[in-house]
Design a protein around this ligand. Structure first.
Ligand code: FMN
Length: 420
């Protein structure tokens, strides 16, 4: 296993988001006490590692295979250099932006996560609340622990909904979930393309996680010695398939529901199916998991509005390219005809700016938000958003742009850019 302990790197220096004399320049100063304990997202990761039962940390943190996909995402982002120009700007630009026709406070968002409650019980509602408060996009996952309707109540201005392929009986479930998402006010529907097969995450397996969730003695011991996680579970109950449980047999227990969900989910969407959803879903439609520019072109030709370049955070298979490396090719293939966004490996506002400078309109994070929950409980997601925005603003100031739009003109060195 690779050692990935916190190594404050130049791009994650606490001074960047400083609450000291530099705070004025950094703009948004995160809560001082919190900032001292967790000055960057990697510190939250270490906090989560300390606080959580082992299986919960392994669930949120582990990747496919040997975790080399995760490492590649990180090192590829680290390798992107922004070449600053000085002498032009004297103030920090704002981070307000428009994404798929809606205004948000910043081009950062919460990526969809299935069963995040395994990482922190009640996770979905805390993530949704923090996103609503900060006015940044929140994508509820198909397999989330909160119903779409509840998400619509908590996050009415920022909700998007992610859908896996639920194709049985002519997509009965998938189409019904999309209908419910629309009724609940979800602004965008995100079809995940990059799970054509189920793969294993060895760290999850080794920590004893099974579907359905059946904690063994070792896991129970872990829960009992992790008071924060235990308290969250007593408050919020066991992880469950909130939006999907209504489709299973009435009175079905958690295990039966889990098996039902497993049986319904199969493979990745075909392009014909994407076209079908395009026809039905009248609001912005995005596809997630694109890495090949030809797939981006195909999506655009079907009228898809948004493309999320992603390798699923390194959770599917180790051999995929880093999303940041695939991003420029996708941006140039779509040539302004779709909103290109990215996720996979984002651990700082510097990373967000790197993605924007390479043509993304927004960057999402997954693991970072769960580390926040693991380290800080319900206050975690808000702290992650604060850090991302503060670091973003400091980076924008450092490279010398006067607006997000000007980022496209920044000179970038990107040694890993995918050449096909
Ligand atoms: C615990 C966990 C569960 C996830 N579940 C889903 C999911 O249900 N659907 C989906 O499209 N992506 C899922 N993802 C992938 C995220 O949406 C996102 O692509 C990824 O986390 C981004 O990489 P990062 O974790 O390095 O930020 C999951 C990620 C994590 C960490």
């Amino acid at each position: 296993m690779l050692d990935r302990t916190v190594e404050p790197s130049p791009n994650q220096s606490p001074a960047q988001v400083g609450v000291s004399a530099d705070a004025g320049m950094a703009g948004v100063a995160p809560d001082a006490k919190l900032h001292r304990r967790f000055p960057t997202i990697p510190f939250l990761r270490e906090g989560a590692r300390r606080n959580l039962p082992r299986f919960a940390f392994e669930y949120m943190d582990g990747g496919a295979g040997e975790d080399t996909g995760i490492d590649r995402n990180w090192s590829a982002l680290d390798a992107v250099e922004l070449i600053p120009r000085y002498g032009v700007s004297t103030s920090l630009p704002g981070t307000e932006c428009e994404l798929l026709g809606r205004r948000y406070a910043a081009p950062v968002g919460v990526a969809p996560m299935g069963s995040p409650s395994l990482g922190w019980p009640g996770a979905d509602q805390y993530l949704a609340r923090a996103a609503q408060k900060a006015r940044v996009p929140y994508v509820l996952g198909t397999v989330g622990g909160m119903t779409i309707e509840r998400a619509g109540e908590i996050a009415p201005d920022v909700l998007w909904f992610q859908l896996y392929r639920l194709a049985k009986d002519e997509h009965r479930l998938g189409l019904d979930l999309a209908r419910r998402a629309e009724a609940a006010g979800a602004h965008a529907l995100v079809l995940t393309l990059d799970v054509p097969v189920r793969t294993t995450r060895p760290r999850e397996v080794h920590s004893g996680i099974t579907t359905p969730f059946r904690p063994d003695l070792r896991m129970l011991l872990g829960i009992l010695t992790s008071p924060g996680w235990l308290g969250a579970m007593l408050k919020n109950g066991q992880p469950r398939f909130a939006s999907l449980r209504g489709y299973a047999r009435e009175g079905a227990g958690i295990n039966e529901i889990a098996n039902f969900v497993r049986g319904e989910m199969r493979g990745g969407f075909t392009w014909e199916e994407v076209a079908r959803y395009r026809e039905r879903w009248k609001r912005p439609l995005a596809v997630k998991g694109v890495l090949h520019p030809a797939d981006a072109e195909r999506a655009v030709s079907l009228g898809v509005d948004g493309i999320i370049v992603s390798n699923h955070g390194g959770r599917q298979i180790d051999a995929l390219p880093a999303a940041i490396d695939a991003l420029p090719a996708v941006v140039s293939a779509t040539a302004g005809r779709a909103t290109v966004m990215m996720d996979s490996g984002v651990r700082s506002g510097v990373d967000v700016v790197r993605a924007l400078a390479l043509g993304a309109s927004a960057a999402f994070a997954g693991k970072a938000f769960l580390w926040g929950l693991g380290a800080l409980g319900e206050r975690g997601p808000g702290h992650v958003i604060d850090l991302l925005i503060a670091e973003m603003r400091a980076t924008l100031g450092q490279v010398g742009v006067r607006s997000l739009a000007e980022l496209r003109d920044v000179t970038v060195r990107h040694p890993g850019a995918l050449q096909l």
